[in-house]
Design a protein around this ligand. Structure first.
Ligand code: PLP
Length: 387
């Protein structure tokens, strides 16, 4: 509750209903709660929804990024180009395989990885480009792919925000690029924790045993009727599998996804209307030929126009019971990366300028028109206070 008795509008609560509760209950009653038939069903449904060549259910998007780099045989001595404007796990996955994440700046309008910066960062050690679809707006994939092809590099997509996003008539995740989705609690589709790796079937098949201890056949296949106790360990794999409880949630959320996306788009329209003519707020863009997943609605405030900075803006909204966040604290200012690679803010001028002015306001299908109005009014009030 706020001082005036109104409920707080959280930044990004999960959108769950009785359907999810029923599905998970059924999974619980089935007696099989770990990796099993529901996970395989969810993988198939997810792949079909995207038009993906193959899909592997995982415990997280981070697990998918890690496995992607492993099956691409990226390791010590290799470099992977990563945008600075992302969540830490994009670069952490590169560290996990012993390779070097080479951070680069982003484009000013979308805050996606800048193809020119990528081109300038390529060395003979470069093996892959890690592409993040910031906020759900697809990166400039055609240009990035052309650069990758010219230099013989892999493209790995961090699609944590990009379900479902479309780029030049195709769905993000529908190409052979290894692409990792997140079903974390705040994401467009949630299973609490979880992720999905899509892409080239041969590569996804290589990742599959690695997601379960390096065991060639899954536990369900082994123990199901007619199965056998025998299994083979073909690699020192990881414990990265999805569970059937998560998959039950995922199946239910996938059925609701188009409806949830339609609501996200309506809210974006309400915000665009609500902030029309307001000077001093830079709203997120949608480039031609692109349909963003609208995971986030990141605004950049202009202190020179508004007379208040981002922190004052956030404070004003918090006081009115509006939850916000900042996406992201760029990796070049995170102590581990900054110190290890001696990074300076001048090399990331676009991301750095954006970071200092960024604030993400609530955008999720549970927001009513009245909630959106309240958010717009609250922001207008904070802005007026600055002038
Ligand atoms: C949420 C997020 C991740 C991590 O997802 P998990 O499923 O929690 O591992 C990775 N990258 C980006 C850009 C994210 O927002």
């Amino acid at each position: 509750m706020t001082d005036d008795g109104r409920t707080r509008l959280e930044f990004s609560p999960p959108f769950l209903g009785e359907e999810e509760i029923a599905e998970v209950t059924e999974a619980l009653r089935s007696g099989w709660i770990s990796l099993g038939p529901r996970t395989r069903q969810f993988e198939a449904a997810f792949a079909e929804y995207l038009g993906a060549p193959a899909a592997l259910g995982l415990s997280s998007c981070t697990a998918g990024l890690h496995l992607a780099l492993i099956v691409l045989k990226i390791g010590p001595g290799d470099e992977v180009i990563v945008p600075t404007m992302t969540f830490c796990s994009t670069a952490n996955a590169v560290e996990h395989v012993g390779a070097k994440p080479v951070l680069v700046d982003v484009e000013a309008d979308t805050l996606n990885i800048d193809p020119e910066a990528v081109e300038n960062a390529i060395t003979e050690r470069t093996k892959a480009i890690m592409v993040v679809h910031y906020g759900g707006h697809p990166a400039d994939l055609n240009t990035l792919q052309a650069i990758a092809d010219r230099h013989g590099l892999a493209v790995v997509e961090d699609a944590a925000h990009a379900l479902p996003a479309r780029y030049e008539g195709r769905t993000v995740g529908a190409t052979p690029n290894l692409t990792s989705f997140s079903f974390y609690a705040t994401k467009n589709l949630t299973t609490g924790e979880g992720g999905m790796l899509t892409g080239d079937p041969a590569l996804v098949d290589r990742a599959r045993p690695l997601s379960l201890h390096g065991i060639q056949t899954g536990a369900w296949d082994r123990h199901s009727k007619g199965g056998t106790w025998y299994y083979e360990v073909v690699a020192p794999g990881y414990k990265y599998n999805m569970t059937d409880l998560e998959a039950a949630l995922g199946m239910c959320q996938l059925k609701k996804l188009d409806g949830m996306q339609a609501r996200r788009r309506e809210i974006v329209d309400l915000y665009r209307e609500g902030f029309g003519g307001v000077e001093g707020l830079e709203l997120p863009v949608a480039r031609h030929g692109v349909e963003p997943a609208w995971h986030l609605f990141p605004i950049r405030v202009r202190p020179d126009v508004l007379g208040i900075d981002r922190d004052q803006f956030v404070h004003g909204l918090t006081e009115q019971g509006i939850g916000t966040s900042v996406h992201f604290i760029p990796l070049h200012v995170q102590p581990y990366y900054q110190e290890k690679y001696g990074l300076t803010t001048e090399d990331f001028s676009v991301a750095h300028d954006a970071f200092e002015r960024l604030v993400t306001i609530p955008l999720h299908p549970g927001l009513s028109d009245e909630d959106c109005e309240r958010i717009v009014d609250a922001i207008r009030k904070v802005i007026c206070a600055g002038n």
